[in-house]
Design a protein around this ligand. Sequence first.
Ligand SMILES: [Cu+2]
Length: 329
Amino acid sequence: MGRAQRGGHRPVPTRPGPARRGPARRAAQLAGLALLVVPLTTGCSVEEVLRFGWPVGVTPQAEAMRELWTWSAIAALIVGAITWGAMFWAIAFHRKRKGDDTVPRQTQYNLPLEITFTVIPTIIVAVLFAFTVNVQNYVDTDAPEPDVRVDVTAFQWNWEFQYPDVQAPDGQPVSTLGTSDTIPLLVLPTGRSIEFTQHSNDVIHSFFVPEFLFKRDVFPMPEVNDQDNVWQIDQIEREGAFVGRCAELCGAYHSMMNFEVRALSPELYDRWIGLRQQVNPATNAPYTAGEALQELGCGQLCTPEAYTTYPFTTDRTQRSASLPVTSGS
Ligand SMILES: [Cu+2]
């Protein structure tokens, strides 16, 4: 198209070379400057920029998905830059000029070009597909002997976390049940593989911990619904408290279905799970998740109540937002 315009029947007056390149160079300089200014002015590190908005993951699975995301975004940006470059180059240097009515050379039935423009996107999609399948297979792999197993039960509108391999004093599996007043704490060890088995008592929910960079729908009757309700993580890489949410609109109080993952060192976790198998002398009842944490006394990490989220008010006539319990009352 470009050559046709320049070499058309009527000579088109052209400006000298350096002046013609001016706008393109200025645009490139501006784009480069913007790329520099954004991270510098927002205080973002290179690593933060390369996460393209994703949270910092705490599992090897999360890191694998983050890398896939980063490289996919970089590939998209490269393709984007080439496409935008070609567009702006055509817009800037091959626009219709005053007094020039020449129709540019038409190339819409150029077979080699058509094949090239079909083959290139096919290769891009195939490469993205291959990397995606690779990461997905890794994330979906379940090792035969996980170190810790947790049964996750979702219901309208809270969670119950059971440890099927650990018995409470009443002979039942150790269990943590969330209520309207208590955010359930899912206490887990760092450095050990964990298997989650999910069930719903009613509608479809979704188990989502942003720091795992992973969510899985929680189905009622997963066997009947042909759903894979078991998934694993190789380990949680660092101690901490991570908010968990329901990520599937499941009814009126969906937004209140928060929980908190409390990742403790293996030693602390072993002590915690040991306490949960005992009766708390202060209450004469088995230790709750919060009481056992308090007994460990490891500072903020052993806070008996969730501190990444807080219970929401269930009073639907209230017209103001819920506030954290500590600052509200
Ligand atoms: Cu839900």
